[in-house]
Design a protein around this ligand. Structure first.
Ligand SMILES: [Fe+2]
Length: 244
């Protein structure tokens, strides 16, 4: 089976459509949260996810627009975009976002979460130390995560306990070895921050035991134009072409 893993769409309809086109032949798609926030098309993105019956986790941006998280934890641009996004969403859509789960079992020993298994909404797994703590505490073969918008993966040799990090800012092929565990960040569909502006996503081939992290072009200028026309903070448009 081939499973598409997407995350951090952030209201970017152009990037989402480009990624879904690439995923049209997979058997299933899973979304790890942050459908909304930052971008100008939150409603389109939510409706697309629902129409395709893609199981989706709750990200910190969903928790922000539904009032579960205090906007005081957000920086100014994120806060302004959360307030703008909330205004675009009707009650039934807010109810859908409120009801999203925080964890998902993708298949046996393969799990998904937005941030980290310890703190699904908030924790970033950015360094070997954090990854090692998670590898040591939780039992799994693969944990797919999003949240940082930085594509890459940590490997953990279960016998000698060595953790290594590999960047996937230009894409990657991860061959899953039985004696290793993996934390794989599929990167962000709609707001990559690893200095590559291309949309990021992953495809997990459960028979071959290979995860491909893939980067593709999408019409960035169109997404930027919509952000500017919505009077959202200008930096939210600028950063898309810089990949930051
Ligand atoms: Fe995000």
């Amino acid at each position: 089976m081939k499973i598409g893993i997407i995350s951090d769409i952030h209201g970017n309809a152009e990037a989402l459509q480009a990624v879904l086109k690439e995923l049209k032949n997979v058997d299933k798609i899973v979304c790890l949260g942050d459908i909304v926030g930052y971008g100008a098309d939150p409603v389109f993105c939510i409706e697309k996810i629902r129409e395709l019956e893609i199981p989706c986790l709750k990200g910190n941006h969903e928790a922000a627009v539904t009032g579960e998280l205090d906007l005081g934890y957000f920086n100014e641009d994120a806060r302004l975009s959360a307030l703008w996004t909330r205004k675009q969403l009707k009650e039934h859509i807010l109810a859908y976002l409120s009801g999203l789960n925080r964890r998902i079992t993708i298949c046996q020993d393969v799990l998904g979460v937005h941030g980290s298994p310890r703190q699904p909404l908030w924790e970033y797994i950015l360094d070997e130390q954090t990854a090692e703590e998670i590898f040591s505490y939780f039992d799994f073969q693969i944990y797919f995560v999003g949240h940082s918008h930085i594509a890459g993966y940590f490997t953990f040799h279960r016998k000698n306990k060595v953790v290594q990090y590999v960047s996937a800012s230009r894409g990657a092929e991860v061959v899953i070895k039985r004696d290793h565990s993996y934390i794989i960040n599929c990167g962000s569909v709609g707001q990559p921050r690893d200095r590559n502006s291309q949309a990021s996503f992953a495809i997990f081939d459960t028979e071959q035991l290979i995860v491909h992290i893939i980067r593709i072009d999408y019409p960035i200028a169109r997404a930027q134009d919509k952000i500017n026309r919505a009077n959202l903070p200008g930096f939210l448009a600028e950063r898309l072409s810089m990949g930051i």
